[in-house]
Design a protein around this ligand. Structure first.
Ligand SMILES: [Zn+2]
Ligand SMILES: [Zn+2]
Length: 93
């Protein structure tokens, strides 16, 4: 298992390949399945610095929710304590 972000090289760049209700990011041409994930991608993911650092391993995430998910899955024993400090650490977000 690799912690490195996977760079998809063969992203589809044809408008007609868009799934119904989905959208394509104009910056990286990534195709998102629906408007919600497209919005999340543009607002929080695309071109953004990875903002959230896991305190228990080198993993970083751009999305707060993903970091919570990561800790509860990978460090379940730390999950409770983590959630307690997490909102304080990133309360501006
Ligand atoms: Zn993008
Ligand atoms: Zn971790």
């Amino acid at each position: 298992m690799s912690l490195l972000p996977v760079q998809v090289e063969d992203q589809v760049r044809h408008e007609e390949a868009l799934p119904p209700g989905g959208g394509q990011c104009k910056s990286c041409y990534k195709i998102l399945r629906n408007k919600g994930s497209l919005y999340t991608h543009i607002k929080y993911v695309c071109g953004k610095e990875k903002k959230f650092q896991c305190p228990y391993c080198p993993l970083k995430s751009k999305i707060k929710y993903d970091m919570k998910k990561h800790v509860s899955r990978i460090h379940p024993e730390m999950s409770e304590a983590f959630l307690e400090i997490f909102d304080r650490l990133y309360c501006e977000y």
